[in-house]
Design a protein around this ligand. Structure first.
Ligand code: BGC
Length: 762
């Protein structure tokens, strides 16, 4: 028995010593800035230090519940006294200058930092983040955020509460529209591109702004997909799935982070010492500052982890939540807590250092009005080239889900078409959920653009068919009031019958996704499916254009429509982007960043699952990991998206079947465009670590390339794999690379792949 134990122990130690630890780089600090921070800190009173940690919202543009004591005027005095470090929701040069002037009246004249949720554009709207993610085009994403930063900074801002890098496997959660999708690798690439877009190469330039990675961490896994709900994820999943995009933000130099409203395994994310002190600061060496989510410090009382507001301040400050967004906990109680010794002054100094560091890096001390130029604001917002860029990226964000008998693209000379559905003439959905300062701006509708782009001889018929809502939902409505009225069907059917082809534009309205917009049923809302069923009965070809902020369950549509184009909420130029795909001016190239389930019963659903001991191998054996009332298979897998071109994969080669730890493995594959039309393909590379100490996913994305391939041409696409692509976090949460066999899979989506094998040696 003893011998057996020793052997087991030896095997364990050997396994560990075989695994190679991969180290994490730490951030570097700028000495000049550090000296300036220390000098300033020496001059600051405790009140002034705590003031830096206090953030107020502009009270006439709230994004959350109003603070209980609405002391607007007194708040301006607080700024004058140096008791405020930042404001959110102040927009435009005039207002920002006014608030900054108050701050400069304070004893030390420390400038405020101004933040807003610039999530998919400031004034010019880009596709919602899930749409941007569908481009799989990092340059396009970076450019969209660059423009968002150029506009926001021209309006006086220097900070955006973006990117949201929460991985999510649950489309019931409304905030999936704000994220990069379900995959940690894709999510990390997108996170880096966004940070680069916002922050550029020079943070002190007047057209770059600080990014904010949120919501640290695992906010994207609320139980049952219900907003603000608690999160239970294993440490294994936390490290391997939810944390990587945040780490990518640290590596990309994200100046700030935001925590979340949730509890993670029972402990609130706000003031979470493990997440922030241990991982973010100690392990990752990050030196930026952490802002709370709206009032999330105060909500610690409601979570039941603090008995009163004072204790929330203690937890928040000790857990390195450097700035309090609107709960007034620091403002009211932090000084007392320092005097009582419950929060060490050194802890306050650390927080203030981090906040001042960001302000120095942004150049706010050199010129607090560097972002305040009315002339620039006027010239920049909604500039023509911004709308053009929005159109370019919008086209790339559309995902062709079905195209039977190549019914799309349509000829511009088609004799007649029927445009049917509640979103055909809609100019609102495209603007998307986080519309920032879009105000009354309208998106181009599908109708308008089709009319402009079809030949003069084409007859265009229109019928709305049905409404989505009885009463339009605004952001603040409590419930969606779906319209069940089918009285418009008869006209829709009559209209469909007159035309050669039917294009139905259906989906969600813009405020059905986003914050506080979880749905328990993610079918097409209202009677839209029934409308599609009636249109199908006319026998006319049925092309469905979807607008929505999350994957939907659309099994009937997937089975019965002739073509389906997923367009998310595609920004200001939505209609033009959609028409360009429908009419063949643009060959679709988007791929899904999130799996489409068949039914909500499959959720959470994601491609990178573990194999289980009894995977569904399609045999008749019942004792397998499957359902008795439906398939495990998703409607559309992660990475899926069609093109008008036809791509064939062949001739996959790897340059070695054995690889040592420091080798680079090269993978080549031929992709042939077997069609008459030039097209872009996202070639995707997945790995599977076949035997590891901890069960590894059956597939993990580790690379992708978006390549243009001319009609009839073959392109050899090359990937390289190093140990940095093969690591995972083990049961001690160390980054390790274990020798052994791996599968390499390359393909057009996570389901259709060509496979090869290699062995990683020590
Ligand atoms: C959201 C954050 C947002 C903040 C400020 C909160 O309700 O969760 O993502 O940045 O409001 O508007």
């Amino acid at each position: 028995m003893e011998v057996l134990k020793i052997i087991k122990k030896l095997i364990f130690v050997m396994a560990l010593s075989c695994a190679i630890l991969v180290s994490e780089p730490l951030n570097n600090k700028d000495n000049k800035i550090e000296n300036k921070i220390n000098n300033l800190l020496n001059k600051m009173t405790l009140d002034e230090k705590i003031g830096q940690m206090n953030q107020y919202s502009n009270s006439w543009d709230l994004t959350g519940p109003k603070p209980k004591d609405n002391r607007n005027e007194a708040r301006y005095d607080d700024i004058r006294k140096g008791l405020v470090g930042s404001m959110l929701n102040v927009n435009y040069v005039k207002n920002i200058r006014a608030a900054q002037e108050l701050a400069l009246e304070s004893r030390l004249g420390i400038p405020l930092i101004f933040g807003v949720d610039v999530i998919h554009g400031y004034k010019t709207m880009f596709p919602i983040p899930l749409g941007l993610s569908s481009t799989w085009d990092m340059q396009a994403i970076e450019k969209a955020e660059r423009i968002a930063a150029i506009e926001a900074s021209a309006a006086g801002l220097n900070w955006t509460f973006s990117p949201m890098v929460d991985i999510s496997r649950d489309p019931r959660w409304g905030r999936v529209m704000e994220g990069g999708g379900e995959d940690p690798y894709l999510g990390s690439q997108i996170a880096k591109a966004k940070i680069k877009g916002y922050q550029g190469n020079d943070l002190s330039a007047n057209n770059t702004i600080a990014a904010c990675a949120k919501h640290f961490a695992a906010y994207g896994a609320p139980t049952a997909g219900r907003e603000y709900n608690s999160v239970e994820v294993s440490m294994n999943t936390l490290y391997n799935i939810y944390l990587p995009p945040f780490k990518a933000c640290v590596d990309a130099g994200a100046l700030t982070f935001m925590n979340g409203f949730h509890t993670l395994n029972g402990i609130p994310a706000t003031g979470n010492q493990f997440l922030v002190n241990d991982i973010l600061h100690d392990k990752w060496g990050w030196d930026g500052f952490m802002v709370s989510d709206w009032g999330s410090i105060g909500e610690l009382q409601v979570h039941g982890t603090a008995k009163d507001l004072k204790q929330t301040a203690e937890i928040g400050a000790n857990g390195s939540t450097d700035m309090d967004m609107e709960s007034l906990a620091y403002f009211k109680h932090l000084k007392e807590l320092v005097i009582e010794g419950k929060v060490k002054e050194e802890k306050i100094n650390d927080s203030v250092r981090r906040i001042l560091r960001a302000k120095f890096k942004l150049g706010l001390f050199d010129d607090p009005y560097r972002y305040c130029n009315e002339e620039r604001q006027k010239k920049t917002l909604l500039a023509d080239e911004h709308k053009k860029a929005s159109l370019d990226v919008a086209k790339k964000s559309l995902v062709l889900l079905k195209n039977e008998k190549s019914i799309l693209p349509l000829s511009k000379n088609i004799k007649s078409i029927a445009l049917i559905g509640p979103l055909v003439k809609d100019t609102d959905a495209g603007i998307g959920g986080w519309s920032c300062q879009a105000g009354d701006e309208k998106a181009v509708s599908v109708y308008e653009s089709m009319e402009r782009n079809l030949s003069k001889n084409t007859k265009i018929f229109y019928a709305k068919g049905c409404e989505i809502y009885g009463k339009e939902r605004t952001r603040y409505d409590l419930k969606i009031d779906l319209d069940e009225n089918k009285s418009g069907f008869a006209k829709a059917i009559k209209t469909a019958k007159k035309a050669d082809v039917v294009i139905a534009v259906v989906g969600e309205t813009r405020h059905m996704s986003g914050e506080a917009s979880s749905r328990m049923n993610i079918d097409l809302p209202g009677v839209q499916k029934e409308l599609l069923m009636e249109l199908k009965k006319t026998g006319k070809p049925l092309i469905v254009v979807l607008m929505n902020g999350r994957p939907l369950t659309i099994p009937w549509t997937a089975e019965n429509a002739d073509a389906i184009l997923e367009t998310w909420f595609a920004g200001h130029m939505a209609g033009d982007a959609i028409a360009s795909v429908l009419l063949g001016d643009y060959n679709p190239s988007g791929k899904l960043p999130m799996t489409f389930p068949r039914t909500v019963g499959q959720i959470p659903i994601y491609y990178n699952q573990l194999s289980t001991g009894r995977p569904d191998n399609n045999t008749d054996w019942p004792y397998l990991s499957k359902y008795i009332d439906g398939s495990n298979k998703p409607q559309y897998p992660f990475g899926f998206g069609l093109s008008y071109s036809n791509f064939e994969y062949s001739n996959m080669k790897i340059d070695k079947s054995e690889m040592r730890m420091d080798d680079i493995l090269k993978i080549n594959i031929d992709v042939t465009n077997n069609s008459k039309i030039d097209g872009e393909e996202v070639v995707q590379l997945y790995i599977h670590d076949l035997v590891a100490k901890i069960a590894r996913p059956i597939k993990e994305l580790k690379g992708f390339q978006k390549v243009m391939i001319k009609a009839g041409e073959t392109r050899t696409v090359e990937f390289e794999i190093s140990k940095h692509d093969l690591f995972y976090y083990n049961d001690k949460y160390e980054k390790v690379c274990e020798p052994g066999e791996f599968e390499i899979m390359v393909g057009t989506n996570s389901n259709d792949v060509v496979t090869a094998k290699f062995t990683l040696n020590k």
